[in-house]
Design a protein around this ligand. Structure first.
Ligand code: 5AD
Ligand code: SF4
Length: 448
């Protein structure tokens, strides 16, 4: 075993969902607490963490090509290959294979084990190649350092894992069973986020609306109860949550959208397909009808709510007629924005072995048609908000001089020119709708 020079700088590259972004931030904090500094833009890092996503195709191939690129870049520079760590869901699913195939990788760490990164790193520096993909009973969150510096809009993971076992999905295998973080821990972390500058918190979970816990009075509450408790933080202006499952849209959570001002009028509720036969084959436990009923009730609670969803086209056996049912559902909803994907067979999931796998060209065509419909609705939604006055939380500077960027209550990207700082809450008039953003006129700065 040959020893490695202890890294002085790190870079964490996160792929995939917002939960990975959150995990990436926590890993960065953990490395920072070890005295390792973030590498500057354009500078080679001594330690590179690839925080990977396994949800769709080519994830593993992408990891190998990233590793290849890091090694090649090193050869062009001073020749020193950085210490490469593979984290996230590809690490969980294919850790052993990565170790066997990529000698440059010294460390493989799963999403439930990254709190042990410092100890693993010490062993890697000693020359060992270390893998930890355990799903320990103790939670990693207790072992992570406190949050110190965050932007105006911060993520807070409240729930992890999934028990739903949709037949196409790897998450129940890579992230494990549904676990809710304890109430007190979440209140403490939310307080620290707000102290560190957050004005908006997005509560995260693979099934965030399945969160349950005991509040300070020992009463069992759901996500709506947690949101209500968090509204008590005076400096916290906005709350959001993602991603939800239709089955866990409780009456309380639906009502919360009409009752809690700080809860932003946006709901991401994946449906995946408009065909009941496909939904059954996906093991989705809802029908297109029951899904539409939920959305109706949410809209009744909060008239202006912006709706979002996820779709998969080309699930095994999906016929043209079944795909048309998806298009009909899209027409019926009128989404503000959506994510849509071609079905990707994930090894080890039930759908990967189903008959009727769909040809790529057919999937391409269906995705194109679906995205045309979704783009049309997104633009229509944006256009319908023109002329409205709303609050925008300023998150960063834009590309043009004096331009600032932030989000509307409906999660639209808003840009305007004016003297406002990052973290300010400003009032704007939405003026010009594009497909992916809205131009606005600054009216006043409400809070700094
Ligand atoms: N193929 C394509 N899309 C998938 N998703 C999850 N698994 C797959 C898969 N095997 C999509 C779903 C989910 C989103 C996060 O990713 O739409 O809601
Ligand atoms: Fe995957 Fe379904 Fe769980 Fe979502 S609900 S994480 S799609 S298994």
């Amino acid at each position: 075993m040959s020893k490695i020079v202890p890294p002085r700088t790190y870079r964490v590259k996160s792929f995939g969902c917002q939960m990975n972004v959150y995990d990436g931030e926590r890993m960065a904090e953990l490395l920072g607490a070890q005295g390792i500094a973030p590498a500057l833009e354009g500078e080679a890092a001594d330690l590179v963490v690839l925080n990977t996503c396994h949800i769709r195709e080519k994830a593993a191939e992408k990891v190998y090509s990233d590793i290849g690129r890091i090694v090649k870049d090193a050869a062009r520079g001073d020749g020193a290959i950085p210490l490469i760590a593979v984290a996230g869901c590809v690490a969980q699913a294919e850790g052993e294979e990565i170790m066997a195939r990529a000698p440059a990788v010294k460390l493989v760490v799963g999403p439930q084990a990254y709190h042990r990164l410092p100890q693993m790193l010490a062993r890697a520096i000693d020359g060992e190649r270390v893998t930890d993909t355990d799903m320990p009973a103790e939670t990693k969150f207790d072992a992570l350092p406190a949050r110190r510096k965050v932007g105006p809009s911060a993520f807070l993971t409240v729930q992890e894992g999934c028990d739903k076992f949709c037949t196409y999905c790897v998450v129940p295998y890579t992230r494990g069973a549904e676990v809710s973080r304890p109430f007190a821990d979440l209140i403490a972390e939310a307080n620290r986020l707000v102290d560190a500058g957050a004005r908006e918190i997005t509560l995260l979970g693979q099934n965030v609306n399945a969160w349950t816990g005991e509040n300070g009075k020992g009463r069992l509450i759901g996500l709506d109860g947690l949101i209500r408790e968090l509204t008590a933080l005076p400096d916290l202006a906005r709350l959001r949550y993602t991603t939800s499952h239709p089955t866990d849209m409780t009456d309380g959570l639906i009502a919360a959208h009409g009752e809690i001002e700080k809860l932003m009028p946006f709901l991401h509720l994946p449906v995946q397909s408009g065909s009941d036969r496909v939904l059954r084959a996906m093991n989705r436990s809802h029908t297109s009808e029951s899904y539409l009923r939920i959305l109706e009730r949410v809209r009744a609670a909060r008239r202006d709510i912006a709706l979002s969803g996820d779709f998969i086209v080309g699930f095994p056996g999906e016929t043209d007629a079944e795909f048309e049912e998806t298009l009909s559902l899209v027409d019926a909803v009128g989404y503000a924005q959506c994510f849509s994907f071609k079905y990707s067979a994930r090894p080890g999931t039930p759908a990967a072995d189903m008959d009727g796998q769909i040809a790529t060209e057919v999937m391409d065509e269906r995705l194109r048609r679906l995205q045309t419909a979704l783009d049309r609705d997104q633009l229509a939604f944006n256009r319908a908000t023109v002329g409205k006055t709303c609050e925008v939380l300023v998150e960063r500077e834009g590309r043009h001089p004096g331009q600032m960027l932030g989000k509307s209550p409906w999660l639209q990207s808003v840009h305007f020119t004016g003297k406002a700082g990052i973290g300010d809450m400003v009032q704007v008039e939405l003026a010009e709708a594009g497909p992916n953003s809205i131009g606005a006129r600054l009216l006043e700065i409400i809070a700094v």
